[in-house]
Design a protein around this ligand. Structure first.
Ligand code: PHE
Length: 344
């Protein structure tokens, strides 16, 4: 044992590591849980009582020697600038780190919300899995309406119409929930994800995002609807955009309209984006059908309201000229990085 200790002592005395790794090997070799010192202490247990007296001291001194050597070396390594060990060239440019950016759909959604918030609209949300009542029936969809068809709707449970459960196809379902659970006046917007059973392509996806709006009070008229949406477009795109309404049909609004704005790309001159018409459609809207109000327990003789709904992808598309819808959900950082980071 003495022989071993003498050998190790001179090894420790002469030990001069060139780097951290060598020092670490030293620590493992001598001081580690399976190291030499541990081993010597194990052997120590087996020697005679006579030897114990002699070796106890020697062994403890040896242990101390190894520990002191290690601690001294470690301290001197820690104090040394890293450059001496790792040979880092401080003149090289730093690595830096990237701040994430907001998703373009989030940017556009927040912008839409901000505009309506300034008009006194609150934000309401609802479930993405809906029953037939909230997604269709309460909204005055006739039983045989094609939108109830399997082609458009992802059904989770298909029973007999009334008890169907589906992924919501629009956020109008949140309007129903809001009206059912409260009392007029209502002034709210409903942002959220919606699902439609469509083949995925550059122009269609099986899910997208909407912001719908609802305003119900006494004496709300189509003029209020128009003025609100005019204001919205001006805030979103600037002053010099023309707006037009075209008559349309939705089961839950009467009268219904679709709103176009002059093409954001060619400003009305005609281009690929607007199919050379100078106009692009941005939303659907109308006066809430009295049947819908009654379905939600609201007196349609006393109250009227307007509603509108738009696809966030569509608005983002017109704002940033993104020609392929799939980019929004592929999480390609080369695409996402192009949108300015926000201070969080
Ligand atoms: N829910 C309609 C859609 O998904 C949009 C809409 C909302 C139209 C409110 C009119 C009024 O297409």
């Amino acid at each position: 044992m003495q022989e071993h200790i003498d050998k190790y002592t001179s090894e420790i005395d002469g030990f001069s590591p060139a780097n951290h790794d060598e020092l670490e090997s030293f620590r493992i070799k001598f001081l580690g849980t399976k190291g030499i010192i541990k081993d010597l202490f194990e052997q120590f247990k087996t020697v005679t009582a006579e030897e114990k007296r002699v070796f106890g001291k020697v062994l403890n001194q040896f242990k101390q020697l190894a520990e002191t050597k290690y601690n001294e070396l470690k301290e001197s390594f820690d104090l040394q600038p890293a450059t001496q060990n790792a040979q880092i060239d401080l003149t090289l440019p730093g690595e830096g780190f990237e701040i994430g950016s907001r998703h373009p759909l989030t940017l556009v959604r927040n912008e839409i919300i901000d505009i309506f918030k300034r008009l006194g609209f609150v934000v309401a949300e609802g479930p993405e899995i809906e029953d037939d009542w909230h997604n269709f029936s309460a909204l005055n969809f006739p039983e045989e309406h094609p939108a109830r068809d399997m082609q458009d709707t992802f059904f989770i449970k298909k029973n007999n119409g009334k008890d169907d459960i589906a992924l919501r196809t629009h956020t109008s379902s949140v309007q129903v929930r809001m009206m059912e659970n409260g009392k007029p006046p209502f002034r709210a917007i409903m942002p959220g994800r919606v699902y439609r059973n469509e083949a995925i392509s550059a122009r269609a996806h099986c899910f997208f995002h909407q912001v719908e709006g609802l305003y119900v009070d006494e004496n709300v008229s189509f003029a209020d609807l128009k003025q609100t949406l005019y204001h919205f477009v001006k805030e979103l795109y600037g002053e010099d955009f023309k707006v037009r309404f075209r008559p349309s049909y939705f089961p839950f609004t009467e009268p219904s309209a679709e709103m176009d704005i002059s093409c954001t790309i060619c400003k009305g001159a005609g281009c690929n984006m607007c199919k050379y018409s100078g106009w692009v459609e941005i939303l659907g809207c109308g006066m809430v059908d009295p049947n819908v109000l009654e379905n939600c327990g609201i007196d349609s003789k006393k109250y009227t309201g307007f509603a509108f709904g738009m696809g966030i992808e569509r608005i983002a598309n017109l704002k940033y000229v993104i020609r392929d819808l799939r980019l929004f959900s592929e999480n390609d950082t080369r695409f996402l990085k192009q949108f300015q980071p926000e201070v969080i």
